[in-house]
Design a protein around this ligand. Sequence first.
Ligand code: SI3
Length: 292
Amino acid sequence: MIMKKLYSALMTAFNEDGSMNDAGTRAMVRYNIDVNHIDGLYIGGSTGEAFMMNTEERKHLFKIAFDEAAGQCDLIAQVGSINLNEAKELADYAVNTIGYKTISAVTPFYYPFNFDQIKYYYDAILEGLDTQLLIYSLPALTGVSLTAEQFGKLFENPKIIGIKFTNADFLLLERVRKAFPDKLIYFGSDEMLLSALVLGVDGAIGSTFNLNAKRVFDEIKAFEAGDNAKALELQHTTNDYIMDVIDNDLYPTIKLLFHEAGVDAGQCSKPMNAPTPEMKAGAAKIYAKYFK
Ligand code: SI3
């Protein structure tokens, strides 16, 4: 039995006019559960395009994903926002209105907040809520790099159970793993998962698992069985796949790959690209190369 957990970062389906396409989102949830047999879904993160959605849309996404998936896999609602009041409102809604057991919040971004302000943000989101939270650390997009010591200060709040660690800083990962063996670390750079497994992460959360979960489960199985050569071979193929997807435009292409798999996943919200005939042809090639 695999001990590590694999979570897909759920995509949000949109219609051409920018409205939410609930059937498409539900179909991607179903694919993850029924075909990927995924351990969990990370809802409303970067892959979910949440930072381009308004509060009501983000709540609606939490509602339909929970309605479709509750009791069938783990669910994590990403509530973080540059607007602390919005983050608190989303956290309260996810936990008390819908019933999510776990939330996550990206570090506050855009303004260069100091550490005390970041700690205030997390404690404020959690105040009065009976829940547990994963810090969403993504320095490349937020500009916020926390040290191992700072993670330790955030962990003084007992409701903070771990980190979604989307960062290629492997020394930091090793330091955090050693210092906090009881905290959960879910790795978030799908391309570098094997190196992170060596350092003892508890699993991974990522966009590319939406289609590629089976190959990654096999990689984790090989790693856990001590077959590093096989695990590396699978990571090589995974990375060929990820590079091809990124070259074809990451999020729109994952949605096009869902289409190839028979799932009507809608499209991305503007200003992300709408699918062009070239992108569709590219996605068809990628699907044939890696999934047929
Ligand atoms: O929804 C999310 O928040 C994520 O999927 C984060 C995850 O770490 C992904 N990062 C971003 C910025 O999309 C990765 O899965 C990433 O897409 C993948 O490694 C390809 O570069």
